[in-house]
Ligand binder design. Structure first.
Ligand code: FAD
Length: 460
């Protein structure tokens, strides 16, 4: 079971495209700072510092709101390199920041609100120039934004399906952007400037076009590359294998470990699509496999889908791949259905005859939850793979590991400094990922060596 560490052979599949993290951050910061710069360049007679501060918060908060459309549009340029989970984490953090800035700004002004023009004050130094419609649009945007953010945070408690929430979130955000633009153009001291007004209108158009892309253009593209549902079978306790075959092979390429939003037995314009990691290897194309755990309305009724029905994919997405990463060996830490992208990585490594040592730590509550146990055993013959099953509730006579992914387990299997140059891939329930990431970091593994995939994006 010992392998000679060496570089992996060159992969024949595409590298995930996308902007590097620092570039993405710089673009977001530039977009956010742009209205401040435009406002500052306009000048004008001085106002109380509280007014300037309130306006500054509003300008930044409003610009952040537009950045949110780009972050949540699943654009490969945005999330291809850094990972959609990180991008969605930023989306949630930015939303809370924008909400805070926009909610507090009206209360900070020192200058009185005078709802009509003062002929001696064309630069709006002596008054906040809000007329009736401008106040209305501002208040409506203010309330709607708060509702959207609170509903997103408490999404699981809402009395309607995820798809309804998602559509209302997108359309609601566009409405906030429209109302906010109306408010800014009418009320803002600086936004009446043609450059800043043009900037807001440009961002509004860009926001609308992200929704057109997501809900219209992307489904149209998917129509041109349909898939067929070849098989759906239960492979473990509450866990299913979905197999698709491409009707027009060659149009879909991915890197092992990536995921796709999948629409099964419905039109690509349907809002019912779900993100699943691809469990098969790129080498298996035109066949694809997904391993899916029952979690809610959709995943608990997979047996009702028609074999032979059409399927559509939005993807590939995600950065949970070996592309652009070098490691002398690879450790996979999978909790439950977190095995799905690991299967893809292992299957592709076997197809490529990857010579590196691999270690798979695969945790489940009980043995009935283990998926593709026989194939994992067989992979040991095709790869330098060490396979360790970890069970929370082991059967009598179990000789494998018992318990959870805790510090003790990592101490037993993560052998540093021997694994100092290895890569560590983690996927599973959020608490498991957090524990493993903390444990690995505590054992001296560098953050850049750890790659995690989260099946939920929520910051909590
Ligand atoms: C990147 C990624 C990869 C994933 N890979 C797998 C996998 O390989 N196997 C697997 O079993 N599960 C995977 N999941 C989780 C899977 O998407 C959800 O369990 C599934 O969508 C739940 O749908 P539901 O209608 O059955 O449950 P619901 O009760 O409707 O949803 C449960 C939760 O799942 C999430 N969810 C539901 N629909 C969507 C959606 N359209 N987009 C984003 N999140 C959604 C939400 O957080 C929701 O609160 C992955 C999730 C992500 C984000």
């Amino acid at each position: 079971m010992t392998g000679t560490p060496s570089a992996a052979p060159k992969a024949p599949h595409p590298r995930p495209r996308g902007l590097p993290g620092p570039v993405l951050l710089a673009v977001c910061l530039a977009l956010t700072a742009a209205p401040l710069v435009l406002a500052a360049s306009r000048g004008g007679p001085p106002r109380p510092w509280r007014d300037e501060f309130a306006t500054g918060l509003a300008l930044v908060g409003f610009a952040v709101l537009f950045v949110e459309f780009v972050l949540s549009g699943r654009f490969r340029l945005v999330g291809g390199r850094v990972g959609i989970d990180r991008v969605m984490g930023a989306h949630q953090l930015f939303a809370r920041t924008a909400l805070l800035f926009l909610l507090v700004h009206p209360f900070l002004y020192a200058t009185p609100l005078v709802p009509y023009d003062l002929p001696f004050d064309p630069t709006r130094r002596e008054r906040l120039g809000l007329d009736g419609p401008t106040i209305l649009s501002g208040v409506a945007a203010w309330v709607l934004l708060a509702v959207l953010v609170v509903a997103a945070i408490g999404r699981d408690g809402l009395p309607f399906p995820y798809e309804v929430w998602r559509a209302s979130h997108g359309l609601g955000a566009l409405l906030v952007a429209g109302l906010g633009t109306h408010h800014a153009l009418g009320a803002g001291r600086y936004s009446t400037d043609p450059w800043l007004a043009g900037f807001w209108l440009l961002l509004l158009a860009a926001a609308a076009s992200t929704l057109v892309t997501v809900y219209l253009l992307r489904p149209l593209r998917q129509l041109a590359a349909p898939w067929r549902i070849a098989a759906i079978e239960r492979i473990a306790d509450r866990t299913w294998s979905i197999r698709l075959v491409a009707e027009r092979p060659g149009r879909f390429r991915f890197a092992a470990g990536q995921f796709a939003w999948v629409t099964l037995d419905r039109s690509p314009f349907s809002l019912v699509e779900h993100p699943f990691s691809i469990a098969s290897a790129p080498a298996d194309l035109p066949n694809l496999e997904f391993v899916v755990k029952e979690a809610g309305d959709f995943t608990s009724r997979l047996d009702r889908l028609r074999i032979g029905g059409r399927a559509y994919l939005d993807g590939p997405h995600g950065a949970f791949t070996l592309e652009r990463r070098t490691g002398e060996g690879v450790v996979l830490l999978a909790g439950g259905v977190g095995i799905a992208p690991m299967l893809s990585l292992l299957r592709q490594a076997a197809a490529e005859r990857d010579p590196r040592p691999w270690l798979l730590l695969y945790g489940n509550r009980h043995a009935g939850q283990i998926v593709h146990a026989d194939e994992l055993e067989r992979l040991r013959g095709r790869l330098d793979l060490r396979l360790v099953h970890v069970l929370g509730e082991p059967p009598a006579g179990w000789t494998g590991e018992v318990g959870q992914f805790d510090a003790r387990l990592l101490e037993r299997w993560i052998d540093l400094p021997r694994m100092a140059g290895w890569l560590f891939f983690v996927c599973g329930p959020p608490t498991m990922i957090d524990t493993v990431e903390r444990g690995l970091r505590a054992r001296g593994v560098a953050a850049r060596q750890i790659v995690a995939e989260r099946f939920r994006y929520d910051l909590g």
